[in-house]
Design a protein around this ligand. Structure first.
Ligand code: ADP
Ligand code: MG
Length: 327
């Protein structure tokens, strides 16, 4: 199968073009038409076999993840997804793999009305690069630089589940099947918080999606905004989502390890954001309107650096909780 046949068979779909996409796949360029007063938000992410995913991963889950990690970046900016491109390096033409990959990819794309408008296809070690385009009203994108001293700090959903799955894959941990399957689904099929991101426009002062771990990504916001923060790692912090699947405490790693996964796990794709204390009701409305759980986990402060406090208000000084660790 040649390159053009492959594109036609797996990636080109005959369907009416959305308003914002006057021209899709097939010409030298695609054309985008942002509505008046809107800015284009653009983000790109590359996934390499062995580094970002395991060779054994289900191809439909991989198709989902390749787009999901990019939609998560649009979510963090408060943008509405419009279109994406897909660049693929494939070692061979494996039709059942391509069929599964395209199925997972388009299921998520259709959920968000995000149109595949082009890409590139070449032979090589398996690599997937997606670029997404979104729309955001001019001047309203959520940025890493907007956090102010006194703002509340929030996180969506739960954290640490993907890291637990990774540790099981690495053979460093064992977990009962229901715990592992849920953790694995969170690692392989993350849910980009697209509706929440848009609902937070005009409410949040800054936002970032958590891909490298809560504390590491919070560090980007603190540096971008030139502020510090305290995170309450006691009962305020949402813990592993897989706890609901655990029968007894022995099904999960010990509390210290769980805290490490939650604070520094990575691959969570939750939204970390800040908002003025006076906007707590607006944050609750945004969470409700987008049906996304949101938890207040700390406070932005003028004092530089990051302080992580336990349930008794004592500072946690583990290596993963240190500011230097991710500075
Ligand atoms: P060019 O040589 O002009 O770069 P190509 O021959 O690479 O064009 O691709 C032909 C058309 O198919 C282009 O519109 C391109 O955007 C699209 N395309 C190529 N690969 C993919 C892909 N993996 N997914 C979607 N569209 C693709
Ligand atoms: Mg090309």
């Amino acid at each position: 199968m040649g390159e053009f046949e492959l594109i036609d068979r797996f990636f080109r779909r005959a369907r009416p073009a959305p308003r914002a996409v006057p021209l899709g796949i097939g010409d030298d360029c695609a054309l985008l038409a942002p509505a008046p007063g809107m800015q284009l938000a653009v983000s790109t992410d590359m996934l390499l076999e062995g580094r970002h995913f395991l060779s054994t991963v289900d191809p439909s889950r991989l198709g989902h993840k390749a787009l999901a990690v990019n939609l998560s970046d649009l979510a963090a900016c408060g943008a509405r997804p419009v279109a994406f491109t897909l660049s693929l390096a494939l070692p061979s033409v494996d039709e059942s793999w391509l069929e599964g990959f395209a199925r997972g990819l388009f299921a998520l794309a259709d959920e968000h009305g995000c149109e595949l408008i082009g890409g590139d296809t070449t032979r090589g070690p398996l690599a997937i690069s997606v670029t997404v385009f979104g729309e955001v009203p001019a001047g309203q994108a959520l940025l890493r630089s907007g956090a102010r001293a006194g703002d509340d700090l929030y996180i969506s959903g739960t954290l640490g589940d993907a890291r637990l799955a990774l540790e099981v894959f690495r053979g460093a941990l064992t977990a009962p099947a229901p715990v592992f399957e849920l953790a694995r689904a969170r690692m392989e099929q993350p849910t980009p918080r697209v509706a929440l991101g848009q609902a937070l426009r005009g409410v949040a002062t800054s936002a970032i999606d958590v891909s490298d771990g809560l504390l590491g990504d919070l560090g980007h916001v603190l540096r971008g905004s030139n502020v510090g923060a305290t995170v309450w790692a006691g009962s305020a912090l949402p813990l592993l989502g897989v706890r609901e699947k655990a029968g007894d405490p022995g099904d999960l790693p010990d509390e210290a390890r769980q805290l490490e996964f939650v604070l520094a796990g990575g691959d969570d794709y939750e939204l970390l954001f800040t908002a003025p204390q006076a906007r707590r009701e607006a944050v609750a409305s945004a969470a409700a309107a987008s049906a996304t759980p949101v938890t207040r986990i700390g406070r932005i402060e003028a004092q530089p650096g990051l302080r992580v406090l336990d349930g008794q208000g004592r500072e946690i000084r583990s290596s993963f909780a240190s500011f230097e660790h991710f500075a």
